[in-house]
Design a protein around this ligand. Structure first.
Ligand code: TXA
Ligand code: MG
Length: 358
């Protein structure tokens, strides 16, 4: 069952083809094969059904303020194993547990340092993941055999409502990686989720439509298992915001080539990558894609993929722009990265990871 524009309807979709630029379930042209339902205009009742579905071991893709996540019950081993298959992700690559509030943190994490509590109080709900020592609840099958666990309280109203309902039904946490196939660009709209996963989800799975994500890049991941916090993945919560709050030095893990740290996010050679080759700060040739802040004019012959007015909008639009290069079958994309010590750091981190390594 699902709702479209507030009306409860029975949703039975066939293998569907997205039709661009429409914002409802109707954008999907129904063909023959059964496929998962996409729920637009979620209501309390559909969220309840979605939470029940999670409790039964199914997959539910849902919006967060950063990117869309693909959720399953964090305590259900079979469901988690299915999630890894759907993502095409190696099982030693750990997952983030999503909970509805800081009040539930003790269930999953122990020996929580004082500075981590301060961070949680200041930035949750929001785009921040804390890596903490795990309790017995965080099993090897979600932590990739590590003794730590990643925890996040998302702020998107749909994510929040879904998690509350899930916990109300006795659930303890939802693991949710970004709702893309492993190594690909994270989805920031429901159409992107469909494009990534429609071939892998089954009729009992669901996709919740919460509109485009506000932040647009994944959460800041902070390792809190040591005396000082260490940023493993930059995001909207920046090193400056963290050190201003807690008055401690913040280490930023080196990005790029450290392959031994596979468990830290996005340290594989090719990550967040579209099909097109991405080049940073070079001059485009005729027919190349071009992404830059709006005050930088489009070089002659280049195809403009995004013109964000500031760094926040840059983060919001980046993944959609990279996806657009694939839709337009562009072979090369030239990106002029933003500068600054705000979300620009996260954008540059993702760009370095998706840049063509030759
Ligand atoms: O914004 C986000 O964090 C999104 C939304 C859906 O919440 N989720 C997300 O999940 O980006 P995922 O699985 O695509 O990326 C999470 C990263 C992984 O690369 C993993 O290496 C890292 O978090 N991670 C999870 N648990 C960890 C741990 N115990 N130690 C170190 N890294 C961990
Ligand atoms: Mg991801």
């Amino acid at each position: 069952m699902g709702t479209v524009e507030g009306v409860r309807v029975s949703v039975k979709l066939g293998r569907a083809k997205p039709i661009k630029n429409m914002h409802s379930i109707h954008r999907f042209k129904v063909q023959q094969l059964p496929i998962m339902a996409i729920i637009s205009s979620c209501t309390a009742s559909t969220l309840k059904d979605a939470a029940t579905s999670l409790r039964s071991g199914n997959l539910v893709a849902f919006p967060t303020e950063t990117v869309y996540g693909l959720g399953v019950d964090a305590t259900n081993k079979d469901a988690v194993s299915h999630l890894y298959q759907v993502k095409g992700r190696p099982t030693d690559h750990p997952l983030i547990v999503h909970i509805s509030s800081l009040a539930n943190l003790n269930k999953w994490a122990r020996e929580i340092p004082e500075y981590a509590i301060k961070l949680a109080r200041a930035f949750w709900p929001g785009p921040m993941t804390l890596i903490l020592s795990r309790t017995h609840l965080a099993k090897d099958f979600i932590t990739g055999n590590q003794d730590s666990v990643g925890i996040r309280v998302p702020s998107h109203p749909l994510a929040s409502a879904l998690l509350k309902e899930f916990e109300g039904q006795g659930g303890l946490g939802v693991v949710a990686p970004s709702a893309n196939r492993f190594g690909k660009v994270s989805p920031t709209t429901v159409g992107d989720v469909f494009e990534e996963l429609s071939g892998y989800l089954s009729p009992s799975d669901l996709i919740l439509d919460g509109g485009p994500c506000q932040v647009g890049v994944e959460s800041t991941i902070i390792n809190c298992t040591q005396d000082f916090p260490e940023i493993l993945r930059p995001g909207a919560i920046t090193a400056t915001m963290i050190s201003d709050l807690i008055g401690l030095q913040v280490n930023q893990i080196a990005t790029g080539s450290n392959k031994s740290l596979i468990k830290a996010p996005g340290l594989l050679q090719s990550h967040y990558a579209p099909k097109a080759k991405v080049f940073l700060s070079t001059t485009p040739d005729l027919g190349d894609g071009f992404i830059a802040l709006s005050d930088i004019p489009t070089p002659p012959g280049a195809i403009r993929l995004a013109s964000p007015k500031d760094n926040n909008e840059y983060a919001q639009l980046l993944y959609q722009a990279l996806r657009l290069s694939d839709t337009k079958q562009i072979s090369n994309v030239i990106v002029i990265p933003p500068t600054g010590d705000d979300i620009a750091i996260a954008i540059c981190d993702r760009l370095e990871k998706c840049a063509y390594k030759g």
